[in-house]
Design a binder for this molecule. Structure first.
Ligand code: FES
Length: 106
């Protein structure tokens, strides 16, 4: 059983600009991780929800890549507002935010 109600992993893998695979840092994943941490702090979710940095999650073309457990739902949030949507609707409300899903992974 998980220690946290929900656990968010944000890929912060970085590759050289010349690498054709790209990377999530180039897509803004460090901001995404910071926004999740900030939301968790302002909502007083310490001990309930957790946002961790992760290495490459192997969906580089859809970055910034985020996966939420225990459901195993994959997102690609691109703004602070989209991170808030995931916090409001999925993490707090248990609803999958379908419009922010990584295609084909859900
Ligand atoms: S670099 Fe983020 S999923 Fe691969």
């Amino acid at each position: 059983m998980s220690r946290f109600e929900r656990h968010v992993f944000v890929c912060i893998n970085e590759r050289d600009e010349s690498d054709a695979r790209g990377c999530c840092v180039a897509s803004g994943s460090l901001d995404v991780h910071r926004w999740f941490k900030s939301e968790f702090k302002s909502r007083n979710w310490k001990g309930r929800m957790r946002a961790n940095k992760a290495g490459c999650l192997d969906v580089c073309e859809f970055g910034p890549a985020v996966v939420v457990y225990p459901e195993g739902v994959w997102y690609s949030p691109r703004s602070e507002q989209e991170v808030k949507e995931i916090c409001d609707r999925h993490l707090a409300g248990g609803e999958v935010v379908t419009e922010l899903l990584i295609p084909g992974l859900g």
